[in-house]
Design a protein around this ligand. Structure first.
Ligand SMILES: [Cu+2]
Length: 355
């Protein structure tokens, strides 16, 4: 209601101002120069401002490169990630190159040919040559970019039949993730929201207790993956739209209530290896510097200091799904097959958990 009143008053005030300017306009003596029509002086200022703006946006771009160039994602930790990054950098380069040239021309010409009463524009009806140039060049470039993108997409999205692959279900709920491994039989048991209340709420992802395939399923809240082995994700949601986003593996797929989405990748760098990469060491150092400064402030106010940050792969939610969306995440540990076997051997199966 308040919003409606504010909007109505704003509209009424604008109408009043508009009417007032009209009255002022009408009350001016005849022969007075109409200041709504640009004169030579206005054109001169506008033209120079265009050129200044060009300098401004380019300086801002160069500044951003130096200041924020290191906040981009580190090297990809999955096999397909390299193709994905190549596509991304290729597209960025093309766009950056074209944008740099066209913006420079646009603003420079606006400056060079700024309005002047003594100058007359050249008139010509049309030029087939020019029409051809600005139709054919973008057509070829865009077709190339789109084809390259399509091939990369198909390549990433094709899941090959592979008995070695492990199947993991990612289950999204407001506001956390759970993961389910298929267990020894390699088959995930059926699941449905109707079973969530069973076993006093211990049926965390709603496994159908009558489906034998579900007995050895393992539900966890920290995702472990063996390195160099294909992982097939089955992505489900309990409540609203979420999105399973694993930026370090260049993977993202929506979690949609009522359907199972699939995505697969092969992680090829372990958490331990990643932590030792100079790029990551530098990032962690930078983050910890910020945390350290903040901690000094906190301690001075009698509060607890922040824990130092350590690098971990993450599964995040990338769809604004409610109040705590920002904190909907799960840690991912990529480790050797032996470490993975040991870890999974210590987890309870569904049957053991609900007993
Ligand atoms: Cu979410």
């Amino acid at each position: 209601m308040t919003l409606l009143l504010v909007l109505t008053s704003l509209i009424l005030i604008s109408i009043a101002v508009w009417q007032l300017t009209k009255i002022l306009e009408l009350s001016k003596p005849t022969g007075y120069e109409n200041d709504e029509i640009a004169n030579n002086n206005d054109n001169d200022i506008q033209g120079k401002l265009m050129f200044l703006f060009l300098i401004f946006i380019y300086s801002l771009t160069i500044f951003s490169f130096f200041k924020y160039g290191d906040v981009i994602l580190p090297e990809s930790a999955s096999v397909h990630g390299e193709n994905y990054d190549n596509l991304l950098w290729f597209s960025f380069s093309v766009i950056f190159f074209v944008q740099t040239i066209t913006q420079a021309l646009l603003h420079y010409f606006a400056f060079k040919y700024r309005g002047n009463k003594d100058r007359k524009a050249l008139f010509f009806a049309d030029s087939n040559f020019l029409e051809g140039v600005w139709t054919i060049i973008p057509t070829i470039s865009l077709a190339g970019l789109i084809l390259y993108g399509l091939y990369t997409w198909v390549d990433i999205m094709t899941i090959e039949e592979n008995d070695e692959a492990i199947v993991v279900e990612l289950y999204a709920q407001q506001f956390n993730w759970k993961a389910r491994y298929a267990g020894d039989d390699g088959v995930l048991g059926d699941a449905n929201v109707r079973f969530l209340q069973d076993f006093g709420g211990k049926n965390l992802v709603g496994i159908d207790p009558t489906d034998k395939n579900g007995d050895d399923d393992i539900v966890v809240q920290e995702l472990h993956l063996p390195v160099d082995r294909e992982v097939v994700f089955r992505i489900r949601s309990q409540d609203v739209l979420h999105s399973a986003y694993m930026p370090h593996f260049r993977a993202q797929m929506n979690a949609v209530p009522g359907m199972i989405n699939q995505f697969a990748f092969i992680p090829n760098i372990t958490t331990e290896e990643m932590r030792l990469k100079p790029e990551i060491v530098e990032k962690v150092r930078k983050i910890n510097k910020i945390r350290y400064d903040k901690s000094e402030e906190l301690v001075a106010n009698g509060e607890f200091p922040l824990d130092p940050y350590e690098f971990d792969f993450l599964l995040l939610c990338n769809k604004i799904c409610g109040a705590s969306h920002y904190n909907m995440q799960m840690k991912i540990v990529v480790e050797s097959q032996e470490d993975f076997d040991e870890w999974i051997g210590n987890q309870l199966t569904f049957k053991e958990f609900v007993k």
